[in-house]
Design a protein around this ligand. Structure first.
Ligand SMILES: Nc1nc2c(c(=O)[nH]1)N[C@H]1C(S)=C(S)[C@@H](COP(=O)(O)OP(=O)(O)OC[C@H]3O[C@@H](n4cnc5c(=O)[nH]c(N)nc54)[C@H](O)[C@@H]3O)O[C@H]1N2
Ligand SMILES: Nc1nc2c(c(=O)[nH]1)N[C@H]1C(S)=C(S)[C@@H](COP(=O)(O)OP(=O)(O)OC[C@H]3O[C@@H](n4cnc5c(=O)[nH]c(N)nc54)[C@H](O)[C@@H]3O)O[C@H]1N2
Ligand code: SF4
Ligand SMILES: [Mo]
Length: 711
């Protein structure tokens, strides 16, 4: 028996786990690592299923090549030969933009894909870069970029010291936290209570987090920006604005005061569904010391995602809670992002068909189908998906799935043959989480405590590491063919990383380990990878510290409270105040503790407990529409239609229905036996790809107008 200490790569919480293996290298137990400096023994059902994931017989063990419509296992050589035969001619004949990339969420939890994916994407040089970010947190990058100058400078709630937490559109007791890396959310929320603090949740559904909170406001979906503006309006009206130390670092305070003027509590109350007196009280409570506002995916994947994300931080600034202990703070990761911090810019190019502006180097995935379907110069003819399942996770998924069939060539770098990769011509699999080293480059930048933990690979693997796969593909798209010298490419990447950080490459490490070592050496804590290797339970660099002004990289060197590209969207919100009240049904999503977006439904331990893919309907709506608990209902939107079992519950507010995303596994040609037997329905069949948060191009996945009827 052996025991390994690993950081769980399955969500943002970065829990330390203890994995026990028998002499046959079978995982016999996974438990929380009590000595982990950050998670202290916490584990959730997903982490506990790391063994099931590792041993899943459906996980791909060799590359797959489609021959006459059927996948066959081939050698890596054959797979790359096929790619070399088919991809470069498309680039040569139709240009770089003819090849699109879709990068999915697990790539952010995978150092090989994070560090070497960017090498491939840069070498490819396509404007058609898409990712899960435009169905997720892009509005937050937008607001951070516009306000602080750096799209990665996202302040996080200082959870362990706050005494008043206002949560909008997040359910961290289930999601385990997002844009807020914090293992054991329940323990940390309890800590707020024990300090005599208060938790307020704004969510159309009485989630676990809402039920745990001291106060819950069931807001109408998509109206958070109105509510947040009204909170500001109250602060100005009651003379409660007190930015404190930050006053010297602000631009645009008067502009914000003017912008907030129309949004009185009375004006927004009927639209948000939260009464004016409650709004006034919520605003006053934010002026307490150690208060913080936190907004997550319910506030980003909606019609006013960017404005809402911006207002969250404006409120934190104006209540004196930004960059203060107990407020919203900027983590300082052991590996900081590299590259020159140029002032934030958007719209450097536009999508060809709909003219959507580029944001942080990407285009909205909502328009990928347009780009594939519409002929002309720059039409997308090939697609590389890297750890993504857009056929389940992006809006109007039915249309996208049909569009993929029209591609001349498609590659999926993926561990399963699933709803998306089945459309590929070549699938390149990667090792399991236990077969690769791990380091949470992205999430330590969002962590409520500055920590770092390096995980070496627990088990050997026959599969190439995914950084090598990325470099092989880089070799092909740069015309070096499948025989490109991967070691030389890797040396080049390391030399570039070193140069940008003013360091020299030393030692005999290769791959991500060498890059992480360089980034650590360049980082703020005077540690090397060897130090982390000697600390299997992680290193703790302490609580978050104030970082303003050092963290700011706006052109002015100040916080831009009223940045032009966001202010430009406020008239669209003002128009909402004039619109007649609409009482049609709207659809929102939800997450379950035992699932991970679309891709962990193939694990028996996570699928137990009955069908979770139902539509939640309030009893009043159910009786009005003739819907009965357990019976099937049809849900129809502009984009499509689906049928799903009804669950009648007063958890959701009237006028709101909820279906989780990531289901719909009953498609032909996938090889996920457990998931196919428990398919659920794909909620993104009804998500409307034409509904976007305008500045950021993020899809509206919450607040989709739908009709629901008995089947
Ligand atoms: N309606 C609705 N839609 C949503 C959301 C919502 O709330 N509502 N949420 C959105 C959000 S927040 C996100 S992040 C996206 C997620 O969207 P995606 O990133 O597109 O989807 P995932 O379900 O994360 O699927 C990831 C894919 O990566 C593969 N994979 C897993 N591990 C690895 C690995 O180690 N290597 C490789 N190469 N592949 C791997 C899986 O097999 C799967 O095919 O979905 C979005 N879609
Ligand atoms: N178990 C589990 N954990 C996960 C994931 C998973 O699939 N399963 N996915 C991971 C990923 S990729 C992400 S991005 C994070 C997301 O992490 P969270 O943001 O915490 O995710 P959700 O649970 O979807 O919470 C969003 C909440 O917003 C509410 N909501 C919907 N519309 C609105 C609205 O208009 N206004 C307001 N105020 N609220 C609204 C929903 O009811 C829901 O409770 O979770 C991560 N963790
Ligand atoms: S909370 Fe997240 S990091 Fe922790 S065990 Fe669960 S999935 Fe893994
Ligand atoms: Mo996400």
């Amino acid at each position: 028996m052996t025991t390994a200490h690993v950081t769980c790569p399955l969500c943002e919480a970065t829990c330390g786990l203890e994995v026990t293996l028998d002499e046959n290298q079978q995982v016999t137990r996974v438990k929380g690592d009590e000595k982990d400096v950050f998670s202290k023994g916490y584990i959730c059902p997903k982490g506990a299923s790391l063994g099931a994931l590792h041993h899943d017989p459906d996980r791909l063990a060799a590359p797959l090549l489609k021959r006459d419509g059927e996948f066959v296992e081939v050698s890596w050589q054959e797979a790359y030969d096929e790619i070399d035969r088919r991809l470069p001619p498309i680039l040569e004949q139709h240009g770089r933009d003819a090849v699109a990339v879709y990068a999915g969420n697990p790539g952010v939890h995978n150092i090989a894909l994070t560090l070497y994916g960017r090498v491939l994407y840069k070498a490819l040089g396509t404007k058609n870069f898409y990712s899960a970010t435009s169905v997720d947190q892009m509005p937050k990058h937008f607001s951070a970029g516009a306000m602080f100058g750096d799209p990665l400078a996202i302040p996080v709630p200082d959870l362990d010291r706050t005494k008043h937490l206002l949560i909008l559109g997040a359910n961290p007791l289930v999601s385990n936290g997002s844009l807020m890396t914090a293992p054991d959310i329940r323990g940390r929320l309890r800590g707020i209570r024990n300090r005599g603090g208060k938790i307020v949740v704004v969510d159309p559904r009485r989630t676990r987090t809402a039920a745990f909170a001291d106060e819950h406001h069931a807001i109408r979906p998509g109206t958070d920006a109105l509510l947040l503006f009204a909170l500001l309006n109250v602060l100005f009206a009651e003379n409660l604005v007190q930015p404190g130390r930050l006053e010297a670092h602000l631009n645009g305070l008067d502009d914000v005061r003017e912008l907030a003027r129309p949004f009185t509590p009375e004006a927004v109350a009927p639209r948000t569904g939260i009464d004016a007196a409650a709004i006034r009280r919520m605003a006053r409570e934010l002026t307490a010391d150690n208060a913080v506002v936190y907004g997550r995916i319910g506030t980003t994947t909606q019609a006013f995602g960017t404005v809402a994300s911006w207002l969250v931080d404006v409120l934190n600034v104006l209540t004196g809670n930004l960059d203060e202990p107990g407020g919203a703070m900027f983590p300082l990761a052991a590996c900081q992002p590299t590259g020159n911090r140029r002032p934030f810019a958007v719209g450097r190019w536009r999508s060809r068909v709909r003219g959507y502006p580029e944001v942080v180097g990407e285009l909205p995935v909502a328009t990928l189908a347009d780009e594939i379907e519409t002929p002309g110069d720059g039409q997308v003819r090939a697609l590389i998906t890297v750890s993504g399942n857009p056929c389940l996770s992006t809006p109007n998924a039915g249309r996208l799935a049909a569009a993929l069939e029209r591609l001349d060539f498609m590659i999926s770098v993926d561990v399963y043959l699933n709803e998306t990769s089945r459309q590929a011509d070549v699938i390149l699999p990667g090792p399991s989480p236990l077969e690769r080293p791990h380091f949470d480059l992205a999430f330590y930048q969002l962590s409520v405590r500055n920590v770092a933990n390096w995980t070496p690979a627990t088990l050997p693997t026959e599969l190439p590491q995914e950084w090598e796969t990325m470099l092989r593909l880089t070799g092909i798209v740069t015309g070096q063919g499948p025989e490109a010298d991967v070691a030389a490419l890797d040396d080049f990447v390391a030399a570039e990383t070193a140069r940008r950080n003013g360091l020299a490459v030393t030692g005999d490490r290769t791959g991500p380990a060498r890059l992480v070592d360089l980034l650590l050496r360049a980082g703020p804590y005077d540690v090397t990878l060897a130090d982390l290797e000697a600390a299997p339970h992680g290193m703790d660099f302490g609580p978050l510290k104030p970082r303003i002004p050092e963290v700011l990289c706006t052109a002015s060197g100040r916080i831009e409270l009223a940045p032009e590209p966001i202010v430009a969207d406020v008239p669209r919100l003002c128009a909402e105040l004039e619109r007649p009240l609409d009482d049609g049904l709207v659809l929102i999503g939800r997450r379950h503790l035992s699932s991970n977006n679309s891709w962990m439904h193939n694990l028996e331990p996570l699928i137990r407990g009955g069908n979770r893919c139902t539509v939640l309907v309030h009893p009043e709506d159910a009786s009005r529409l003739g819907l009965t608990d357990g019976a099937l209902a049809s849900v129809t939107s502009r984009a499509g239609k689906l049928e799903v079992p009804v669950e009648v519950t007063d958890e959701v507010r009237p006028g709101v229905v909820s279906i989780p995303h990531g289901w719909g596994h009953d498609v032909d040609g996938s090889r996920t036996r457990v998931a196919r037997a428990n398919p659920g329905v794909n909620s993104n069949l009804v998500a409307d790809e034409t509904l976007l948060d305008v500045p950021s191009g993020t899809s509206v996945l919450n607040g989709i107008p739908v009709e629901v009827a008995p089947v």
